[in-house]
Structures are given as structure tokens and as C-alpha cells.
Write a protein that binds this ligand. Sequence first.
Ligand SMILES: [Zn+2]
Length: 438
Amino acid sequence: MASEQRAHWNADVETMSRDRLRDLQSERLVAQVERVYGNSGFFREFYDAAGVKPSDIESIDDITKLPIMGKDDLRRYRAATGDPFCGTLCVPTASLVKVHKSTGTSGAPNIFGVTQADWDQATDNFARMLWRVGLRPGHRTNNWLEAAMTWHGYSMTAWGARKLGATVYTLEFDNRSVAQTNLELLAGADLNALFIYHPELEVKYLREKGIRPKEIHPNLEFVYSAFLCTDARRRILEDAWGVPYRNMGASGDQYIPASECEYSAPAMHFLEDQFAVEVVDSDTLQPVEPGAEGELVVSNLWAEATPFLRYRMEDVVTADFSPCPCGSTHARVNYRGRYAWSVAVQDRRIFSDDVENVLWAHPATEFAAYQLVKRMSQPQERLRVNTTVQGEPSEGLRDLLAADLERELQVPVDVVFVQPEEIGIGTVKFVRVTTAED
Ligand SMILES: [Zn+2]
């Protein structure tokens, strides 16, 4: 079999037995707990307060002895000490070869550094992630992150692509110029895979110009990106681009390299030799029953500089730890939505993705910018959805959308039409929940 056809970047690790995987995790967790306790002010204080010592951690099964950390714990430490790394840096700053921040979609961003060893491991992890979505040696692709957002940890994905042997064009001056840069400036470059970002802007551009991407890049095999992908969004993307869409890592924090295989979609494989994956109840922080919905908690088992252990990702997920038909033994994580992008209505939790799936199935609100309006006191009695609309807004359309949403979500819904400026699309995705004064 030609190497380009192989299913995995690193088959030994990707297909290892769960027992071997757990041994590897045990070894790495023990070392990581010693590292963070010995070198980081934040973790020493955090673990002392919880009465946990490194010697308490002998295997991966002991991971639940460690307290779960969240963004608020980091912010508190930063407020008290003024340390931009929130006390989590385990190496001298002189060892950092690059520093990144998270997007900060739910508050102040976190700051992460990488050593050279971290850089080498993270780019290898990204190569493995990109191989899974279909990137291969000799492919030509783009990377707007390295071009326009080098502050973001995912900008290292460009080096992951180069590591696996792809050529990477990084010419976007802004992540809103992905279509223009890659379909006009790079016409003739024969790209095989396109890394997209703002689907609503890019698809609008394709349609307005009547562009068929395969006529510009005849060997285009797929488009890919890193956002939560609803069924409605995937259908629109695949129709407009004329090739399959592949999804990967939904969070830049901690350089998490999750990606879909052809069998797992929409769930994404994690690299469990690199990150321990847990699903917990958001209120009790106790593990949920296998397969049940809960909040994703991730432990970084490899980084030297700023590894977070048992870190709340604020994403609501389910996880499947059974082997995948692709051969991987590593967990498949299915994202339900961001906790911050959900609203409690009566006894139900409504995620922005639930609303998007309904709105975007209608021609008048396909790719609409929308927001769920969250009342200060939760749960609220009714769901309010603000949405932009194409063409003339009518009462009939508003009633139709409300009726569809009510049927799908089983809660009372008010739909309000707004102008795009009221929601706003910047260089970072629009915020899908807005909080209203009661
Ligand atoms: Zn798979």
C-alpha cells in the first residue's frame, strides 16, 4: 500500500490496545503532575488546597483525585499575582519559542507558551489531526491562521501540514479574505484542500460570483475548518464548495488536535496518548455514565511549558471510547455545543446549534447571523432568537420560523428580525448568545 493511502499518521499509536494506551497515559500523567506541582505556582496552590500530592497519583485511574480547573480559577490567580500565564508556566520564559493566546469567546483569553520540544510535539499532533481529515504529502493547501492570526495556537497547524509533506500558502491578510485569496490570487495554484473560516461570507462570495471552486482548482478534494459544524451548515458548505467538508479541533486552548475520520463524523477523534479525555456533570463535576452527555474535561499529557490538567473546556459533549471502524482506538467526541452558547428554557437546555439547524434549513435564513437572547435569571420561560434575514422580512416568515423552532425544540419561541450590524461579524466568529437585562 502506498504510504499516502495509509489511514493514520502514526498507526502504532493510533491503533494501540486500550490497555497499552492506559499504561502510556498513566506514565505521562504521573510525570505531568510532578512537573506542574514542582514548577507552577498555580498548580501547587490549587493541589495543596485540595490536599493532593504528586505521590497520590500512581496511574491514570487516580486522575479523579485531582481537582478540576476552570477559567475562573486561572483568572483569580492572575488577579492576585498579575502573572499573565496565571501561574501555570512550568519553564523559564527564556525557554519559550512562541507564545499564544486563546480566542476568548467566553471571557478574557488564556496565554500559553511552547518550548521547542512542545513545538515539535504539537506540530506532530497537528500533522496527525490533518492526516485524518485527508491531507497528504504533496497536497497544496492554505492556512489563514498562520497568515492572519499568528497569536492563535492553531497557527501551528501550518507546520503540522508541512511536517506531513504538504505545501502551505499563507497569504490571507485577514481571515475574511479566504475566498478571494485562494480563488482569485491563487487561481492556477491547483490547491487540493482549502482551509475555510467564515462559511457565511465565503459561500455568499461563491454564489455572488457564480464560482465553481473545482473549475479553479480541479484537484480540490475537500474543504476543512475548525468550528462546531451542524448538519445544516455541512449541507450548505458541501453544496457550495462541491467537495466534502471535514471538521477538526473545536478549541485552540491547549493545542487540542481533534478531527473527524470518514466514519466518526460529526464526532471527532482525540489523541488520547496526548490528552486524557473525561466527561463530567457541569454541576457536580463527577464523571457521567459512559456515553452520557456532560462537560468535556481534558488533561494535557505532553506539554512542558503550560500544560493544563483536568481543564474544563466548557463544551457539552458525549464520548465514545469503543474502537472506530477506521482502526483508531482513540475516543470519538461528539460536540453538542458550547455551554456558554446555550440558554435554559423551562426544563430544557437549548444550544445555539439546535437553533442554527432549524434556521439555516430555510432559504430566507440560510447562513443568517443569529443570537439566542439569554435572560439574567435562568431558566427563562421563552426562547428569544434574533436573526438576520435575506429579502423582505414578513410576519408570515417570522411565524413560520417560530413554529418550526417550537416543534423542533419543544419550547415557546419568539423570533425577532434584526439588521446584520446588530449582531456583527468581526474577524472572530459572531457571539451566539447575548445576555438581556431582565
Ligand atoms: Zn475513526
